[in-house]
Unconditional design. Sequence first.
Length: 334
Amino acid sequence: MSALLEVEDLHKHFPVGKRGLFGRPASWLRAVDGVSFTLERGESLGLVGESGCGKSTTARTVIGLQRATSGSVRLDGAELTHMTRAELQAYRQRMQMIFQDPYASLDPRQTVGSILTEPLIIHGIGRSRERKLRALALLDAVGLNPRHVNRYPHEFSGGQRQRIGIARALALEPDLILCDEPVSALDVSIQAQIVNLLKELQERFGLAYLFIAHDLAVVRQLCHRVAVMYLGRVVETAPRDDLYRDPKHPYTRALLSAVPVPDPRVEETRERIVLEGDVPNPSDPPTGCSFHPRCPERGNVPGDRCAVEIPALEELGARRLRACHLEADDGPRS
């Protein structure tokens, strides 16, 4: 049986500036530049990396909010990238999204009940009474009082608003939910509550999550596998425990070295990997491996291979992939 979601060599480029008589783009910003991954039913895949690496653009392109420049996105084997808006409508019922900002993602002019029934109206599901009952059940499922169905978003806290966003994503009973940094705008104590809620809902409804985040501690709590992105590309994919115990890519090692450890004795002896420079401009990426100008391990690869050859995403073992010219056992361990 094929995976629920299959993304292969996905590209999303944006035009930057204009030149010439016909206004052709002066250059292209390569926000997503050849991303590939799969997601099984009921599985959580964390997509992590620095700000600006293309995580959110990947999610928006997968769900169809932005058209892919090239590549393939398949849901249950059906190719989505070439579908018309009308054709994509039926598949959007199976893919929903939770947005980062619970303040901006809810219409302040609508009541909670209206927000939760709107997806049902758009897809022609149920009658008026059935939709209202569904809205009450959704509020209960996310831990909110159903009696608040006629309140407006401004009457709720940030954590409660995000619960409403989660309830809206559940309204159409999707198979897949794309979570675009759903806890980053919340207080730490509220983050834990939302992550626990997402885990409970996954077990209850058999949901698959594509979980976008930059907080590796949150990803470790929720996700079964982790894909690490750098400058529009996936550089490493691995089961969660394997990646945190033994990262294979130099960039992954640097990310994990920045995650605080609650044990002071371990924190004192841990080596922190500080990367040189800043993330390159995606409209003018480096040649070869995009990470090589900042990579602390580039001296361990003979010749100029890192600077001239783009590394392919290759298998290292069970469900482990890495895009790097280092030998599989080279480099330090966390």
